[in-house]
Design a protein around this ligand. Structure first.
Ligand SMILES: Cc1cc2nc3c(=O)[nH]c(=O)nc-3n(C[C@H](O)[C@H](O)[C@H](O)COP(=O)(O)OP(=O)(O)OC[C@H]3O[C@@H](n4cnc5c(N)ncnc54)[C@H](O)[C@@H]3O)c2cc1C
Length: 409
């Protein structure tokens, strides 16, 4: 079932979730798909798409019921994200970006702060942005240099945040800073909710980029910005622990976007190959082309199984969810890049034209290998996990460290 996930054995949905997914599929067919090329033309925030997703209840799936959301399972979330990403990475990233920018508020905000803000986030009346990365620190968070100094009643934040998605439209920022506890040093990373209109906070113009148009990025500067105690998210020094669930959700989201995009790319390539005639027959009737598509189809279906199974682990609160999120993210995003390149090859010169969607898919695919931990960062995590797991297992019954090579001849 490489082109469709309908009734997938690893993703059984209850009646209400199946109905929600069917509504999203209709929305993709009637609205998001037909508009995707136009949405992608300019890198201005895709307000229409955002409103459509909010009005149809998709944004609310990221939030708990008691705060105005619909508390969707991760399984439903990945199915929704996959469907949307088949046609439009911009729309899909608005869905996954909601996790990244809002879940730290849900996880670490006081009951009063959450009640004030979260229902409006769930309805799409407010937006937040997640500000972690800095000019000097992306993968290596030990190099973060934004500081929060403690004062009676609150903190003063100073630093620069780079690559911040939605910065130009967000009403508030989740800022991760390291707490300078006077002469004595750092007390670790701490998260704060900073309103856009806080004095000393400024946002650069949109920074031009390759793809993901419609969800622009900008730089955010904090110059001695006052943040009251009430806006600290979680405990001091718990910034990364607080962000952990957010990052797992966002990684699964990236894997699902990549899954949807490669599924869409293969559908486009196969339909094009069935239509385009070369040497007296359709491109898709040549065995070499069918073999390429067979490879892609098999690998995409394997990625789908990974993505759905990590979603199930998340919903079961499985202790191994985080490492499986790394595995799914690395595998699905790296595979997507390769699949989209191969699909472009199948469309020949037309793949290079703006009029065909593959050039957009190609530009968008790169981002999933970079955001929420690059493929290399996830490789490091997975490699360490493999070594640790192996050392905890009993020795493989066929392994002898000092075989008698002479006797074995
Ligand atoms: C479009 C876009 C939107 C983004 N949105 C946001 C956002 O909303 N909020 C936010 O906080 N950030 C955001 N980011 C930042 C993103 O998370 C970072 O770009 C990413 O974490 C990588 O960091 P970096 O760019 O500094 O790369 P670097 O950390 O400088 O890495 C450079 C290269 O070195 C490799 N590398 C790093 N460490 C190792 C290692 N130990 N072993 C092997 N290789 C290694 C990396 O894989 C990469 O290939 C966004 C980025 C982009 C492009």
């Amino acid at each position: 079932m490489p082109l469709t996930a309908q009734d997938h054995p690893l993703a059984p949905l209850n009646a209400a979730d199946a109905e929600m997914l069917a509504r999203v599929q209709q929305l993709v067919q009637d609205n998001i798909g037909p508009k995707a090329n136009a949405v992608n033309r300019d890198d201005a925030f895709a307000w229409d798409t955002f409103r459509t997703l909010a009005d149809s209840g998709v944004i609310a799936t990221a939030f708990p019921r008691e705060l105005g959301g619909s508390d969707a399972s991760m399984l439903l979330r990945v199915r929704i994200i996959e469907e949307i990403a088949r046609v439009c990475s911009t729309a899909a990233s608005i869905v996954t970006g909601t996790d990244l920018s809002s879940r730290p508020i849900v996880a670490g905000g006081s009951a009063e702060l959450c009640a004030q803000i979260v229902p409006a986030l769930a309805r799409g009346e407010l937006q937040s942005a997640f500000a972690l990365t800095e000019p000097g620190a992306g993968s290596d968070l030990a190099r973060l240099s934004t500081t929060a100094s403690r004062h009676p009643g609150g903190y003063r934040l100073t630093g620069v945040k780079k690559f911040i998605t939605r910065a130009t439209v967000a009403d508030m920022f989740v800022v991760v800073a390291s707490l300078a506890d006077g002469p004595g040093g750092s007390k670790g990373l701490t998260a704060f909710l900073v309103p856009r209109d806080a004095e000393g906070l400024s946002v650069s113009p949109i920074i031009p980029k390759l793809g993901w148009h419609g969800v622009p990025i900008a730089e955010v500067r904090l110059d001695d910005v006052w943040v009251p105690d009430s806006h600290r998210l979680g405990e001091e020094g718990q910034g990364m622990a607080l962000a952990q669930d957010t990052l797992v959700r966002a990684r699964v989201g990236h894997a699902a976007i990549a899954l949807g995009r490669m599924t869409g790319a293969l559908q486009i390539a196969a339909q094009y190959a069935g239509h385009r005639q070369v040497s007296g027959k359709a491109v898709g009737e040549h065995q070499g082309i069918q073999w390429m598509m067979a490879d892609m189809a098999a690998r995409i279906e394997a990625a789908r199984c990974l993505v759905y199974s990590v979603a199930q682990r998340y919903d079961r609160k499985d202790a191994e969810t985080s490492i499986h999120a790394s595995i799914a993210k690395m595998h699905s995003t790296d595979l997507c890049m390769r699949v989209v390149v191969d699909c472009a090859q199948l469309l020949g010169g037309n793949s290079y034209l703006n009029a065909y969607p593959i050039e957009r898919f190609l530009r968008d695919a790169k981002m999933n290998q970079i955001g929420e931990g690059t493929s290399e960062v996830h490789k490091n995590l997975i490699g360490r996990y493999v070594m640790k797991t192996a050392s905890a297992m009993s020795q493989h019954p066929c392994l002898d460290f000092e075989p008698d090579l002479f006797g074995a001849q």
